[in-house]
Ligand binder design. Structure first.
Ligand code: A2P
Length: 276
């Protein structure tokens, strides 16, 4: 990880300064930046971030190139964290992957999103289902005290193609054990509420397969030592690629869960992962 020595004040409107960058694999990186004083958000929400585009050849004017990114840091953190894929020919991420501490990014301070506790009715267990960079909003929610205040059990599943792609999530989960705020607010040993279920689909690992298939056969429930999902006890949030979101949505509805929204809290919510 590279860190900024001294944070310079930003020069562009809506600009924030990058404070740290970590490359996890050749396809994935995360970075931290300053947080605008005006930005209030709920853990799990996303904002538009990006860089200035190239000047228009005719007018010479530059427009910002922005994409939706889930905030991976919790709402109480004084900085912001983001987790991103690197798409070699992606208009934004082909450039964003080269940012360094001290560089500026553009961040529109208007958070939105459905992966928030307010969109769910009270329940006993919460399931966070992620694929790939869809882990980002859960990196925020897993560091949010409300998650542990509201639920007796917190189950996070993360399906990736390769083992290296699980590293960011695994590090976040490991870091929870020594998280000062959570240990103080929820009590030591709070992390025993967490059940983590990482799986890979294209590289050998201790647990292979898509989470959807592992749930369909009952294997995931047996491995986790939990009862299958039911609308009385369970609440769920989904964030992954489109096919995954749709397949899991159908499965959850077959268990009796109902999709919720900020204006209509129900038993599960879904967000698409924001790819380039
Ligand atoms: P698979 O390798 O079998 O396609 P991606 O990197 O393409 O976004 O995929 C991330 C992970 O999500 C991969 O492990 C991929 O598995 C898995 N995945 C893709 N589609 C689905 C789906 N419909 N249900 C469950 N997992 C899926």
């Amino acid at each position: 990880m590279t860190e900024a020595k001294a944070i310079k004040p930003p020069t562009l409107p809506d600009a924030q300064t990058v404070t740290a960058v970590t490359h996890h694999t050749d396809r994935l990186f995360s970075f931290r930046c300053t947080r605008p004083a005006s930005l209030r958000f709920r853990s799990g929400e996303f904002v538009m971030i990006g860089l200035m585009g190239a000047p228009d050849p005719k007018t010479g004017k530059q427009k910002p190139l922005l994409r939706a990114y889930s905030i991976a840091s919790p709402s109480w953190d004084e900085e912001l964290e983001f987790y991103s894929i690197k798409v070699p020919d992606g208009p934004l991420t082909s450039r964003l992957q080269h940012i360094q501490p001290g560089d500026e990014i553009i961040l529109r301070p208007k958070p939105v999103g459905t992966l928030v506790h307010d969109a769910l009715l009270p329940g006993k267990r919460i399931w966070f289902f992620a694929t790939g960079t869809g882990f980002a909003p859960f990196a925020s929610l897993l560091r949010e005290p409300q998650t542990y205040q509201d639920y007796e059990e917190v189950i996070i599943t993360h399906t990736c193609r390769e083992v290296g792609e699980l590293a960011y999530g695994a590090q976040i989960i490991e870091s929870l054990k020594t998280d000062e705020l959570l240990n103080e607010v929820i009590g030591e040993g709070f992390w025993k509420k967490i059940k983590y279920y990482p799986t890979t689909t294209r590289e050998e690992s201790p647990k292979m397969g898509r989470i959807t298939d592992l749930m369909r056969t009952g294997e995931a429930f047996r491995d986790l030592g939990v009862t299958p999902i039911c609308p009385q006890n369970d609440r769920a949030m989904i964030c992954g690629n489109l096919a995954f979101n749709l397949e899991l949505k159908e499965m959850l509805e077959s268990y009796g869960l109902v999709e919720g929204a900020n204006s209509d809290p129900q038993t599960y919510v879904v967000e698409k992962a924001f790819l380039d």
